[in-house]
Design a protein around this ligand. Sequence first.
Ligand code: HEM
Length: 478
Amino acid sequence: AWLWMKPDPHSPPIFPGSLPFIGHSHQIFGDRKHLWDFFRRLQLYALKEGGVCKASLGPHTVYVICDPEDSLKLSNICLNKPYIYDFGEELVKNGLVTAEASIWKRHRKLLNPAFNQQVLNTYLNEINVQARTLVTQLAPTVGKEPFDVRHYIVNYILAISTRTLMGLSTKDHLGIGTDYTQALDDLLILYGNRFQKIWLHLSYIYKWSALKRRENQLLDKVKDIINPIIRKRKSELVANNVPNIYSESTSTSGKFKPVMDQMLQLAEERNAFTDDDIGQHLHTLVAASYDTTAGAMTFILLVIGSYQNVQKRIFDELQEVFGHDDTDVTKQDLQKLVYLEAVIKESMRLYPVSPIIARKVDVEVNLKNCTLRAGSSCAIGLYGLLRHPLWGADAEQFKPERWLDPATLPNHPSLYAYFSIGKRNCIGKLFSMMVMKVALVHIIRRYRVTGDINSVVCEFDIVLKPIKGHHICLKART
Ligand code: HEM
């Protein structure tokens, strides 16, 4: 507290509204809409003050950075995550999102190849299958009242991830899918609740709380589902048994191998992962993939539904690439869908589902105009970076065309922050772009979308979620 009070010429400006002793803690109470409003205002303030500001939770200092150079520097020097990421420790400790830097470096190197474009191309068949199922599941909504598309998309992504990441066959996927993902979802909500109850940040209070008892039940449930799957697959691999999924998803783009099998192989050949590590990576990958991708796609459909000229241009591009055929999307097709990609990127720029991330400041870091003290935390404002004035005077406007002319795009890599920035960026970015593009092709070929992005109200629930104005309508194309 004394350090906080002491004037420091190298310190960035303090976000208004700090109270003695508790700092800004009172501002994170309230509902999730209020929480998002707080995070948004923090970032806008940092932008206004030249890129960096400072807040505090009790005695703990939290810097907020929205400057592209400073945020890149900080994100590559400070690779560790702050204590709030430890809330998920018993679920995902060594998973990539939360792992401590030395483990993260080793595991990220081992897992990177599993997410390169060539490997992802082998999933394309499976993604097309699931996109067709999505279109069929949407059929009963056609011509009806506005509806929330999110849970249809969640199911689509979960079907893809349980099959491509975990290697579950159709039968197994149907068997565990909902129980597993419901428990994961409940755990994520629980960690969000703990974040807002600042006294539960202290482990010795949390461990006696009702929330911890609930966490234990959910952890048991998740582990009881996943651990037998890992053990079963391990023994199948030892016995050289080819699982159903390989033949169910034979792809023209090469041999299909789920991420879990790639990890089990690395464990067998190089002792790279324990069974616990593999479980933690799987929970991480599934949890990191569905809420984010489903959220991004919900925003994209709303945007497409709001700008009919944009939708028409996408449809024209689809006709150019596919003609009137309802064929599967190939890797060559994906490269041709330039305008669709521009719409996806522009939507993710203005409506980022992960609008803020955080790092532990474990060494003193000198930025352009200030110094961050070791022992504090730092939030990197992805929302602020994505609307930074360097995007131009039209930064607040939805303009997919900006992506078609490189001369109109800003130079700094960390402004393209929707999948995070620096070395610890999203491992699933290509995967998720592919999953979104394929679904959008199948949906827009069949249906005309309407919606109103400007009436959307959001809340912060680990990811940014629309809570109002998020309903869309579908009409069949004739
Ligand atoms: C639109 C969809 C997605 C968005 C917007 C997104 C965004 C992000 C962001 C902002 C981070 C940094 C998180 C942090 O530092 O706290 C991240 C990390 C990560 N994401 Fe994604 N993500 C998406 C989809 C996916 C998918 C589909 C997967 C898995 C297949 C995935 C797996 C991960 C993992 C494992 C990390 C941790 C990376 C590391 O620290 O090495 N994400 N993502």
